[in-house]
Design a protein around this ligand. Structure first.
Ligand code: PD2
Ligand code: ZN
Length: 283
């Protein structure tokens, strides 16, 4: 063998042998019998197994996985029955778990939410992790308001759709939030789950546990900018009116790749409604 490259397949084979309790000398012999230079084979075994142990130690430190909301995409249906409406599956990603639905809201429902929200808009707050309270934050330059869960017929209709599509009790949802971004406004990349290490988190979790899913509903169309971005996945979802972006996170950990943000609006305005889903009833 002139060129001896350690491929991902070879690394996986080395791990498989170790997991199956094969003796290192037998693994080395298999490799040299197959034509590997002995020094390169030893180096491949050492680096692979060292990295494997480090990966396993990192995994053991992560919080356990929780059940999460999800749509049933078995057999890749193009349409899903949302009860009172049929919605179109536009795209789905496994990691982060994200699903983009078309026609989740009608134009009238989008306008209705904006009109009902307008008189109640105020500068958006973010959760202050050290205390569990809320504060104005330069990372989030939108205006917003919350509806109570089940507050009116339109809100109930939307909540019932979310319950049905994502198989998650409506009572586990926080109230629908409406956000307005003017040109230049943005929401810098963040996680929607609460940081388990932050001192204020224990208080926040008493109201229904962790957040495990997010639904972002696009209510209008900015002329430029205002997409929802996932920097760790290289993904940008464009804010098409009536569409809904769902994503879930089975543990409050960056390995879910759910770091996401609202990109700055370049021209026009952006209006969205968001719904956060908790593990248990949100009180
Ligand atoms: O404005 C958005 O697109 C957006 C994206 C992600 C808003 C939020 N998250 C949020 O309010 O958490
Ligand atoms: Zn968010």
């Amino acid at each position: 063998m002139s060129e001896q490259t350690i491929t991902p397949q070879l690394r996986q084979w080395i791990i498989d042998q170790a997991v199956a309790h094969c003796k290192p000398e037998d693994v080395l012999k298999s490799m040299t019998d197959a034509g590997w230079n002995e020094d390169i084979a030893i180096e491949a075994m050492e680096t692979t197994l060292k990295q494997h142990l480090a990966d396993e130690a990192e995994k053991a430190k992560q919080p356990p996985s929780a059940p999460v909301p999800d749509a049933d995409l078995t057999d890749s249906p193009l349409y899903l029955d949302a009860g009172d409406r049929t919605v179109c599956v536009l795209s789905a990603v496994k990691h982060p778990r994200a699903i983009l639905l078309g026609g989740f809201l009608s134009d009238e429902e989008c306008d209705g939410l904006i009109e009902q929200a307008k008189p109640r808009m105020a500068r958006s707050l973010t959760v202050e992790n050290s205390t569990g309270g809320e504060e104005v934050n330069d990372d989030r330059t939108s205006n917003g308001m919350f509806f109570q869960r089940g507050e009116n017929e339109l809100v109930r209709r939307i909540e019932a759709r979310i319950e049905r599509l994502f198989h998650w009790p409506a009572e586990n949802g926080e109230g629908v939030q409406v956000l307005q971004y003017r040109p230049g406004a943005e929401y810098k990349p963040h996680y929607d789950y609460f940081d388990p290490a932050a001192p204020g988190t224990a208080t926040i979790l008493t109201r229904g546990g962790q957040r495990v899913g997010t639904v972002v509903m696009y209510l209008n169309e900015p002329d430029k900018g205002g997409g929802t971005t996932f920097p760790d996945a290289g993904l940008e979802v464009y804010p098409k009116r009536g569409n809904a972006l769902f994503f879930s996170y089975d543990k409050p950990h960056p390995s879910t790749k759910t770091l996401h943000g609202g990109a700055p609006v370049v021209a026009g305005e952006k209006w969205i409604a968001t719904k956060w889903l908790r593990e248990r009833e949100f009180k």
